[in-house]
Design a protein around this ligand. Sequence first.
Ligand SMILES: Cc1cc2nc3c(=O)[nH]c(=O)nc-3n(C[C@H](O)[C@H](O)[C@H](O)COP(=O)(O)OP(=O)(O)OC[C@H]3O[C@@H](n4cnc5c(N)ncnc54)[C@H](O)[C@@H]3O)c2cc1C
Length: 315
Amino acid sequence: MTQAIVFVEHAEGTPRRASLECVGAAVAAGATVLAVLTGTGAEAAAPLVAGASEAIVLTSDGYSPDAFAVACADLVNARGAKAFFAAATYRGKDLAPRVAALLDVNPFADCTGLSTEGGAFQVRRPWLAGKCIATLGTSGAVLVATTRLNAFKPAASGAPASVTQVAVTAAPKVRVTGIQAKAGTRLDVKEAPVVISGGRGLQDAEKFKILEDLAAAFGNAAVGASRAIVDAGWRPHNEQVGQTGKTVSPQLYIAVGISGAIQHLAGMRTSATIVAINKDKDAPIFKVADYGIVGDAFEIVPALTAAVKAIKSQA
Ligand SMILES: Cc1cc2nc3c(=O)[nH]c(=O)nc-3n(C[C@H](O)[C@H](O)[C@H](O)COP(=O)(O)OP(=O)(O)OC[C@H]3O[C@@H](n4cnc5c(N)ncnc54)[C@H](O)[C@@H]3O)c2cc1C
């Protein structure tokens, strides 16, 4: 069977969902997966990597992306693996191109499909702001790619038969000495299964409260924004969805008072289900929406919040 090496991130000993999706994508494509982990808690997280047949914990004195990339590339070569994958998180996007450079191949970023053809991996990824989907392979010996968050399902079963430790030996050029996480428990738009984004139709920053309320009613939703909103200073840039913001692919994307400019669509059109609320029936957002509600956001959103609360209270 074709082997893939997958970089698995974890938070205090629990594998991140984005990484489990990446492993699930490789398994569904027919690969056997060797998971590589690192950092405090990696030993605890390794046996929990569903779908991986083996896990290696890379040990080092702190995380260094360049030294870690050397260790990963060495593993690919030593195992004769046909692919190296990571989730398209900040760390995955930092690591995968370094591994690709060491293997002298081109990395494929933010892929939404993964398959094998005659034992070789292929990826699918949106091109031209999502206007077409390209299927791509590599002429190199190894395919290196990052997988889009929420685009794949974690493997349903299976756990590593063995977990071994390997020391990172390359001398680090860069070392991560600390990470300052922002206070607060808000879900990131890239990881949330439900994203509710607001646009200029919301009129001012205070009125985003109706989206916050809807997000709270769902319980697993993040609030996003169009660039017009971020440029106006109503919401922080880390909530911006689109070409110059974040690319999201949630189960449910609700666009409220957003016209649907091509640069916004580039960041959300691969969402599983898109709902658009706009008072202009000709707004371009309706062209990509699965469900469209023509009307005033200030009437529709509170009604939606009440409906979600009512359904949740029955559950
Ligand atoms: C290089 C470049 C990069 C860009 N990158 C991004 C990006 O990453 N993300 C992004 O979003 N944009 C991006 N843009 C900007 C983009 O082109 C649009 O200008 C922006 O998306 C428009 O934001 P909007 O939909 O909120 O506002 P508008 O286009 O002004 O739309 C507001 C909508 O609200 C509706 N509306 C008004 N009142 C109500 C109401 N009461 N109820 C319901 N609906 C109502 C209106 O009918 C309208 O459709 C980029 C542009 C450029 C040139």
